[in-house]
Each structure stands twice: as C-alpha cells, then as structure tokens.
Design a protein around this ligand. Structure first.
Ligand code: DC
Length: 229
C-alpha cells in the first residue's frame, strides 16, 4: 500500500465495541507507527485508585486524593511479542485493567476534569514526534485537533451487540444478547451526554460505519484514504 510519505497523527474515535482498537492496531502495524490505546490509560488510573484505597470497593471515589496522586501514576505501553501491553508502576496490568470492577468504575473516573487534563497532556507528549495512531473518545476533538487524519467509527448497535456476544460466549461467558444490547445503548448515551468532552465526531473526521465490513474491508478502505497523504 501507499504509506504516507511524512509521519502523521491518526486519531480514531467512535462508539464502544466498534472495533476501534483492532482497526487502530492494524493501521499502526501496517505503517510502522506507535499505537496508543487511550482508554487503557483511564482504566489504569482507575486500577491505581482501587489498589491504593482512593476508590472504595463499592465504587466511592476520593476525588481529591485521586487528583493529588496523578503525578505519581506511571503508565506506559511496552511491546511484548508484538502485543501492546499496559504497565502501571512498572507492572503488567493488561489483564487487570479489563476486569469487570474497573470497567464499571472507569466512566466515573474519566468524568473527572483533572484526570482528563492530566491524561490528555500525557497523550499529547506521546504524539509529539507524530507517527502515531491513537484511539479513544476525544482524540480528534481534544487531544489532537490538528491530526492530519481523523476517523470516527460507528456501527449499528444490534451488529455491535452480536459481535460482543460472540466474543463473550467464546470466552465461556454466560450473557444474554438483549443484556449486551442494552449495555451498548446505555454506553453510547453516557459517552455522548457527559458534561466534559462528550463523544462527538470532529467536523473534519471521516465517518466509518463498519456494520457490514470486516477488518480486511476496513483496511482496504484505509488504503484508499492513506493514498491521499
Ligand atoms: O475504550 P475503553 O472502553 O477502554 O475506554 C474506557 C473508558 O474510558 C470509557 O468509559 C471511555 C473512557 N475514555 C475516555 O473518556 N476518553 C478516551 N480518550 C478514551 C476512553
């Protein structure tokens, strides 16, 4: 494929369970770019809060203490056997940040303005040399409003629910499709209606509805786009 001649910033935002990270990872691998999962950073801050008693087991956040701890929280990504792994305080937390507990609390943590400012700054530093693909909710609107290429991903909630259902069943989970669909609709609502930086498509982002596209189809679409850079 045509690789963009000069290194650029690629911002990928969109609804939950649209396959943003698989797509972003595939693009990064194709171009030899760094891939950053910004959601993992919000998850890592949440895990830190739980580990240090700044968030209680029943989900009460000591906001003041969590904000004060931000400078001490070390988050980094390391490439291990071709996988992008999240480290918190030098410890591999890739598995722990995906736990149900963290997943339930991360929306509240990501709604704290100071947490957002802190992580946005860290994300901007990661992109200072360009050659980066970052996925999240506010990458094209807040983190890199100057990104050369912005993509906003969406898909029919029913299609997303079916994909998620298959994934969970394959892992041995006992879930109902209806429950997953409700959860997806609820997540979209929360993401789009939160007061601080709600999820929205940047005016100059390209819309990618992958309801009926495989990852290979999406890469083909991307190659057509990348040829213009
Ligand atoms: O993409 P994810 O499910 O791993 O994201 C975890 C949470 O972090 C989710 O509640 C949305 C939030 N998030 C955010 O507010 N801004 C980002 N750039 C990325 C994720």
């Amino acid at each position: 494929m045509n690789t963009p001649v000069s290194k650029i910033i690629i911002a990928i935002d969109g609804h939950s369970s649209t396959g943003k990270s698989s797509f972003a990872k595939a693009i990064a691998a194709k171009l030899g770019y760094i891939y950053v999962d910004s959601g993992a950073m919000y998850r890592a801050v949440t895990l830190y809060g739980l580990q240090h008693g700044l968030i209680s087991d029943d989900g009460k956040i000591n906001t003041k203490a969590l904000i004060a701890a931000l400078p001490d929280i070390q988050i980094e990504f390391r490439n291990i056997d071709g996988q992008n792994i999240t480290f918190l305080q030098q410890v591999n937390v890739e598995h722990d940040i995906r736990s149900i507990k963290v997943s339930q609390l991360v929306s509240d943590v990501s709604a704290i303005a100071e947490v957002r400012t802190h992580l946005v700054h860290a994300q901007q530093l990661m992109g200072k040399d360009k050659g980066i693909v970052m996925d999240g909710r506010d990458i094209g609107t807040v983190v890199f409003p100057q990104a050369e290429l912005k993509i906003f991903m969406t898909a029919d909630p029913h299609v997303r629910a079916k994909r998620r259902y298959k994934e969970l069943v394959a892992k041995g989970g006992q879930v109902s499709l209806q429950e997953i669909l409700q959860h997806i609709i609820q997540r979209d609502y929360i993401d789009e209606h939160r007061t601080i930086t709600p999820l929205r498509k940047a005016d100059d982002a390209l819309l990618l509805d992958n309801s009926h596209l495989t990852l290979a189809d999406q890469m083909k679409w991307f190659e057509g786009i990348a040829a213009k850079y």
